[in-house]
Design a protein around this ligand. Structure first.
Ligand SMILES: Nc1ncnc2c1ncn2[C@@H]1O[C@H](COP(=O)(O)OP(=O)(O)OP(=O)(O)O)[C@@H](O)[C@H]1O
Ligand SMILES: [Mg+2]
Length: 359
C-alpha cells in the first residue's frame, strides 16, 4: 500500500500542503517546530485512529485563524486507488471514502493502513498499561477490523456493570457478567494469539537489532487471572474462567465500585535479557524494544492481510545509534516510508517551513 498524494489545509499550522509521494522512501525535512509531525499526524487521522500524539480534536484547529480542516489522501492498495477525505469546520464533520460519505472517522478503520513510529513510542515499554493495550488493540484491529466492535461492546457492558456496582441497589451483576465474559473471552483470545505471534517476530527483530547480543520477550499479563493466558484454549473455556473470576471477585468489586477483573486490566510484560524492561532496561534498550514492536506490527499485518502498511517514522533517526539507524533503513524492504527529520536527506526532500512547503 502506498500514498500517492496528500493534501492538508487548516490542520494546526499547516497551509496548502500538497505532497506527491514516491513508492519507496520519502523525507520531510525542516527545522524544529515547522510542522513535520503535524503532517504525519494529519495523515494518521485518515487511518481512523485517534492522534498518535494523544491530542484532542480541539488541538487540531488552527489557533491563529478560523479555518476549516481539510485532509485528503490518494492511496493505492494491492487492488485499486482509493481516496479518503476528512473535513471539519468545527460544526460539521465530513468523512468520505472514494466519494461515499462515511458515518464517522472511526469507520475508516482498515482502509488506509499505516504503522507509525515516533520518539514517544518508548512509552510502550516504559509507560502505563493502557499504552500497551492501545498498541495491541490498534495492531489487532488493523488485521481484524471487527475486533474494534468487540472492544466498544465490552466497554459499554463494563460501564453498565460499574454503574450497577456503584449504585446502592443490590441488583445482581449477573446480567452483565453473562455478557462481559463472552465478549471479554473473545478479545482475550485475539490478544493471546497476537502476542504469541508478536513475541516471535519481535524477538527476532530485537536480536537482529542488537547483533544477537540481547534477547527480547513479550509476555501476556492477563487482567482476568495470572493463569488465564495459559488455561484459556478456546472461547468456551476462556469464558468460563472469566466468569468464575468475575463471581469470585464480586464482593470486592461492590466494595470498590468497579470491576477489578477483566481484559480492561490486561498488560504486556517485556523482558530484555530475561529481565523486566520497565524496571531494568536502559533508554536505548526500551527504544529498541519499541522499534522491534512497531516493525513487528508491520510484518504481522503483512502476513495476515498481504498489505504492506505505509510506515511513518517521525524524527526517529536522531535518537538511534548508527547500527540501529542502518537497521531501520534496511528493514521492511518494499514498504513506503515517510520519514521526518531536521537534517536534509536528498534533493527530493519536502521541506517544511512555518507550516508551508518551501519551494
Ligand atoms: N492548533 C494549532 N494551530 C496553529 N499552530 C499549531 C497548532 N498546533 C501546533 N501548532 C504549531 O505547529 C508547530 C509544531 O509543529 P510540529 O510538531 O509538526 O513541528 P515539527 O516540525 O515536527 O518540529 P520538531 O522538529 O521539533 O519535531 C508549532 O509551531 C506549533 O506552534
Ligand atoms: Mg516533530
Amino acid at each position: 500500500m502506498y500514498i500517492k498524494n496528500l493534501k492538508i489545509n487548516g490542520f494546526r499550522n499547516l497551509r496548502d500542503i500538497e505532497i506527491n509521494f514516491g513508492e519507496n522512501t520519502n523525507f520531510i525535512t525542516g527545522e524544529n517546530g515547522q510542522g513535520k509531525t503535524n503532517i504525519l499526524e494529519a495523515l494518521w487521522l485518515l487511518t481512523g485512529v485517534k492522534s498518535f500524539r494523544r491530542a484532542k480534536e480541539s488541538a487540531f484547529f488552527c489557533n491563529t485563524e478560523n479555518l476549516p480542516i481539510e485532509i485528503t489522501a490518494l492511496f493505492e492498495n494491492s487492488q485499486r486507488t482509493q481516496e479518503i477525505l476528512l473535513k471539519n469546520d468545527g460544526k460539521k464533520r465530513e468523512t468520505t471514502l472514494n466519494g461515499v460519505a462515511i458515518e464517522s472517522q472511526s469507520k475508516l478503520f482498515g482502509n488506509l493502513l499505516c504503522v507509525v513510529f515516533s520518539p514517544s513510542d518508548i512509552e510502550i515499554a516504559t509507560g502505563s498499561p493502557d499504552l500497551r493495550r492501545g498498541f495491541l488493540d490498534i495492531a489487532i484491529s488493523q488485521i481484524k477490523p471487527s475486533y474494534v466492535q468487540g472492544l466498544i461492546r465490552y466497554n459499554h457492558i463494563l460501564k453498565q456493570r460499574n454503574a450497577c456496582l456503584k449504585s446502592d441497589s443490590i441488583i445482581d451483576t449477573e446480567i452483565w457478567d453473562n455478557q462481559l465474559d463472552a465478549v471479554g473471552a473473545s478479545i482475550a483470545l485475539y490478544r493471546k494469539t497476537y502476542i504469541n505471534a508478536l513475541n516471535k517476530t519481535a524477538a527476532e527483530i530485537y536480536a537482529a537489532l542488537t547483533g544477537k547480543k540481547e534477547t527480547f520477550e513479550a509476555v501476556y499479563q492477563s487482567g482476568v487471572s495470572r493463569k488465564f493466558a495459559e488455561l484459556a484454549g478456546d472461547t468456551g473455556s476462556a469464558r468460563a474462567i472469566f466468569y468464575y473470576y468475575l463471581k469470585k471477585n464480586s464482593d470486592r468489586d461492590r466494595q470498590y465500585g468497579f470491576t477489578s477483573t477483566g481484559i480492561h486490566r490486561d498488560d504486556l510484560k517485556f523482558l530484555i535479557n530475561g529481565k523486566e524492561a520497565n524496571l531494568y532496561a536502559s533508554q536505548g534498550q526500551n527504544r529498541s524494544a519499541a522499534l522491534a514492536l512497531k516493525l513487528s506490527q508491520a510484518q504481522l499485518l503483512y502476513e495476515e492481510t498481504n498489505e504492506k502498511a505505509v510506515v511513518l517514522l517521525d524524527d526517529v533517526f536522531s535518537e538511534l545509534d548508527e547500527t540501529r539507524r542502518n537497521f531501520l533503513k534496511e528493514s521492511l524492504p518494499g514498504y513506503q516510508k515517510i520519514i521526518t527529520g531536521t537534517d536534509k536527506q536528498s534533493y527530493a526532500d519536502t521541506i517544511i517551513k512555518s507550516g508551508r512547503i518551501e519551494i
